[in-house]
Design a protein around this ligand. Sequence first.
Ligand SMILES: NC(=O)n1nc(-c2ccco2)nc1N
Length: 313
Amino acid sequence: MQQRVDELHRLLHQYNYEYHVLDSPSVPDSEYDKLLHELIAIEEEYPDLKTSDSPTVRVGGTPLSAFEKVRHDTPMLSLGNAFNEADLRAFDKRVVEGVGQVDYMVELKIDGLAVSLKYEDGRLVQGLTRGDGTTGENITENIKTIYAVPLVIKEPLTFEVRGEAYMPRRSFINLNKEKEKNGEPLAANPRNAAAGSLRQLDSKLAAKRKLDIFLYSVNDLRELDVPSQSAALDKLDEIGFKTNHERRRCQNMDEVLDYIKYWTEERNNLSYDIDGIVIKVNDLSKQEELGFTARTPRWAIAYKFPAEEVITK
Ligand SMILES: NC(=O)n1nc(-c2ccco2)nc1N
């Protein structure tokens, strides 16, 4: 029976990865559901065969009475903001004065909830909200219901991965249709809906909210043994994480401005909300040279789109 359980874990993790991370399933949903229900039945009959990384945790478990507060191993920093070209040119000037010419890793700024995922020997052991940056809430059970979060990754790494959990616009529209039908107050926007979902004490409710996630950094990049932010993101892809592929390496601030101009027009065609563009010095040793202010990295800045009524289709 243990052999069958191991085989079901292997198949379900693989199918889940293909569907929710690669967006290219190799089997129909019915096959996934059949195997998942076989595993649920085995775990009910043989409870000691159920492990914390079993694919069956996706459906949620027993409700919590409260969220435990946990200190982050390394603080989750917030980003300084830029609102116009002058701010971006000033940022670029400070960087070049500090470390000379650099290339930038430029990423969409997902409008969700910052979370930190802790892996030990390649297995998910904890999920925390950003909280105040030093201490977060333990939302592990809810994080496990996000199918794009791998419960087991392809290398036995022990590290923390940071990312943005978010609610796709389609899920947001369906959620508000449901709320309207039940006469409940509507959620204001996908970001608030995602925050509300991850703060559900009953992870069965969080599982229903169809959240998604993009991972974008590792707390101790030396763990990944990579020279740059772009190599780090490629490595996260390789070992089973979902990263945002709209990212672009820019050789200078002019290219960054082109990228920002493009997404200022294009962003309403995305299937999720973004509230800006994140610009990071790509070379990690230059990031370390630049360091941090009290609260924010000197090697990164968030360009924020002008506040406007984002049309959530
Ligand atoms: N929200 C978002 O998409 N972020 N946030 C960062 C970030 C925050 C601190 C360092 O990097 N990067 C991306 N893509």
